[in-house]
Design a protein around this ligand. Structure first.
Ligand SMILES: Cc1cc2nc3c(=O)[nH]c(=O)nc-3n(C[C@H](O)[C@H](O)[C@H](O)COP(=O)(O)OP(=O)(O)OC[C@H]3O[C@@H](n4cnc5c(N)ncnc54)[C@H](O)[C@@H]3O)c2cc1C
Length: 468
């Protein structure tokens, strides 16, 4: 190890690495109480430094794990004691804002919030947004293909990245810093690294697609009389708001009432005895006209009996208070150990699926707390399950109850958080053997020694050529 330390110091301009206690003193993740187990954390400042670090590690067969903001929720950035961590915290430069071309060129360690701030200062916006925006980094968002709160309108992270630079396991730099919307000149290589959870290469720089900021934002908290109405209103608002619908979040009463108890505020004005709640938002350019269209659409849905109650935010403070109900999921941690789930399935199957999961969890583990909510407009449900301080003891049972029914529903065990280590045993619920074999082949082609983020997504130890 000391030979590697000396060599690493030689290639980092500021010799920037943390050793022993300085490395292991850091927490392993945002909601974790355990510490990082790696012996070395390197903090490069440029793609070239990352490449030099990877060349040294490749020559020695040294395993490497990349750390962004460590807000990931599926143990994708977990380390072993002999791992080298590449932290992107010093790859934090905003390189260029092109206001006419509407692109932002950044290093991978820039926090998502700083990207929002930079775009906003120029009258532009980067549409990817999530509750962890203050801590997560754009390289982590790209490597997990983060979804978040506006997917229904703007797509996932992969839809908002134009160009990307990555370092392969042997130190080769692949620079695809494309700025164009259209480019069909062969394979779109950047997509290989987006959502790969650091298993195929290290993302170091990005060209992000920005949009013109839309100042007219209208938000409402809505109560629905039944699930059919939840789906009908989604389809109705999509048309009635002329494509301006930008968020459609749904909460079952277990989640809504718990969160309202914690957050309070404007949400107290809405009836508390309804079977479903929603948070809907539109983004547009014309404040007055769209306020009228938004209120008019909700009134029409109310008259048709599709919504039973609604609270339209009258100020930014009221809007923020409504969003806190959905965003501040960390309140659920106050109940003891909690497991967060992130599945996707066709919207019409959701009501029965949630009911089946609830029934089976109660049959197996009562008393157990079960909260359902999610980005319903994107077909994405989140669950939080808590059995006090015993939740982890029952993890296998809980995961089986939630994941197994997804096979017959053609759903996915991960809508947006990724697989990491946590969901690896369940990958075959939603991916065929052929698909997993092809993923292994790609891994082998790009990282034949298996040194990048060892064991994540699927087991691959390097060396063998996996067959199809
Ligand atoms: C409160 C809260 C709300 C959240 N809401 C959402 C949400 O709405 N939608 C959503 O999708 N996720 C959500 N998440 C999960 C998490 O924030 C995202 O997965 C985020 O994109 C992770 O970014 P990060 O910088 O923290 O990455 P990390 O946690 O540091 O890393 C995640 C993975 O990416 C790899 N990685 C990181 N940087 C790089 C890089 N430069 N090159 C290669 N690999 C890299 C890591 O090795 C690891 O495998 C939420 C999390 C919290 C705590």
């Amino acid at each position: 190890m000391s030979d590697l330390v000396t060599a690493l110091k030689g290639v980092l301009t500021k010799g920037d690495l943390l050793l022993d206690g300085d490395a292991t003193g850091r927490l392993a993740g945002i909601w974790r109480s355990d510490n990082i187990r790696a012996r070395i954390i390197v903090r490069p400042t440029s793609t070239e430094e990352v490449a030099a670090v990877m060349k040294l590690c490749h020559d020695r067969g040294q395993h490497v794990v990349v750390h962004g903001g460590l807000t990931g929720l599926v143990h994708a950035a977990d380390t072993d004691p002999d791992d080298v961590v590449i932290s992107t915290e010093r790859l934090n430069r905003i390189e260029e804002l092109d206001t006419l071309g509407r692109t932002l060129t950044v290093q991978a360690g820039v926090p998502l919030q700083s990207i929002h701030d930079a775009a906003s200062a120029a009258g532009l916006m980067f549409p990817v947004d999530l509750g962890a925006r203050g801590s997560c980094q754009i390289g982590g968002n790209v490597s997990t293909n983060a979804g978040g709160l506006r997917v229904i309108r703007y797509g996932m992270t992969r839809d908002n990245v134009l160009g990307l630079e990555a370092v392969l396991s042997d130190g080769t730099i692949v620079s695809s810093m494309n700025r164009m919307l259209k480019n069909n000149s062969g394979y779109d290589l950047k997509q290989l690294f987006i959502g790969a959870e650091g298993t195929l290469g290290i993302v170091t720089r990005l060209v992000l697609r920005l949009r013109t900021a839309l100042p007219a934002r209208h938000t409402a908290l809505v109560a629905f009389p039944n699930f059919e109405s939840v789906l009908k209103v989604l389809s109705f608002l999509d048309g009635a708001l002329s494509g301006n619908l930008s968020a459609y979040e749904v909460m079952w009463p277990d989640f809504f009432l718990f969160q309202r108890g914690k957050v309070g505020g404007a949400a107290n004005q809405i009836a508390g005895d309804q079977p479903f709640y929603g948070l809907v938002e539109s983004l547009g350019a014309d404040q007055e006209r769209e306020a009228e269209a938004f209120a008019g659409a909700l009134a029409e849905a109310h008259e048709a009996g599709l919504i039973s109650d609604a609270l339209v935010a009258k100020s930014d403070a009221e809007r923020a208070s409504i969003w806190r109900i959905r965003d501040e999921v960390e309140h659920l941690l106050s109940l003891g150990q909690s497991i967060f789930f992130d599945v996707s399935l066709a919207q019409p199957s959701m009501e029965d699926y949630v009911a089946e999961v609830r029934k089976n969890l109660e049959a197996a583990l009562a008393p157990v707390s079960f909260f359902s909510y999610g980005h319903l407009g994107d077909g994405n449900l989140h669950f939080t399950v808590c059995k006090g301080m015993e939740t982890e003891q029952h993890r296998e049972t809980i995961e089986r109850v939630i994941y197994e029914p997804l096979a017959k529903l053609a759903g996915s065990v991960s809508a947006e958080h990724g697989i990491g280590l946590e969901k690896q045993p369940w990958l075959n619920v939603c991916r065929s053997e052929t698909e997993i074999a092809l993923m292994r082949r790609l891994k082998h082609a790009l990282d034949p020694k298996g040194i990048l983020n060892r064991g994540k997504i699927f087991g691959y130890e390097g060396g063998q050529v996996p067959g199809l």
